[in-house]
Design a binder for this molecule. Sequence first.
Ligand code: R5P
Length: 299
Amino acid sequence: MFIVPGPASIELGERVASLLGLKPKPVDHRIFPDGESYIRLTSNVRDETVVIVQTTAPDQDRRLIQLIMMTSTAKELGAERVICVVPYLAYSRQDKRFLEGEAFSLDVIVGMLEDAGADDLLVVDAHNEDSLREIQSMHGIKIHNLSAVPILAQGVKDMGYGGAFSLSPDKGGIHLAKAADKILGGGYSFFEKRRDRKTGEIEMLVKDLEIKGKKAVVFDDIISSGGTMARALRGLKDQGTELVAAACTHALFMEGAEKRIEKAGADLIVISDTVTTSVEGICFTVAPLIAEKIREIVA
Ligand code: R5P
């Protein structure tokens, strides 16, 4: 088996390879002056199981193209099985056609990977696992969804948040709060979040949670602008929560997100390394989670 760390996930790919006791097989990669990517696999992949590790955080389109090129090249050059490890799968939030005529982007991306020759797709905290399952049933590719939430929850617990209340910023993420509660044990709930599909504006209703003087942690799959997390944290602070932590798997943290979250009162920010970020949060690696799953699926 070969582990190929893609240009977007060199460190994570190397960690996974090392946990599996393998030497990573690097990709020769550069960007042409016009922005196009050059990709060359440096090992003979014939008859091998090739595991490509490439996240697709911004710049999503470039990283997706690189992933497609690596996958398709490995298959064309005779790889027996190609496993795409895409810790953060871009375009996952458009997991159905909400308005007539919209691109069903998650389906488009999975279809592209399958057409390129991917046999398996391994993701971490898929935005909507049910949609992925549905998409899997329409394609031939096998999809594996892992969760970083137990790692994040254990991390905040070790930092003094044992017994904290777990929350998700919307009903769709309640499974995250529930999973975290198994470790933190202080109960769990969700906020009511509504998004205007045309303007993208969100409205968040903060329920009365009776958590005055307690600790709480908000778990989300993604922090992008930080708007959702900031509103959740502010709602908790307004209710007199003693300490609030923000935990997320995919720390995209676009311009201003970190400040927004700190200003909302975050006492702690914990993230995972599914994407590379400059955020000053406590970062936990998903490498062991990925390595264990790879071991299981190639066994
Ligand atoms: C949305 O459904 C996701 O789970 C996140 O809550 C959302 O993507 C976060 O985005 P932002 O940080 O821009 O509010």
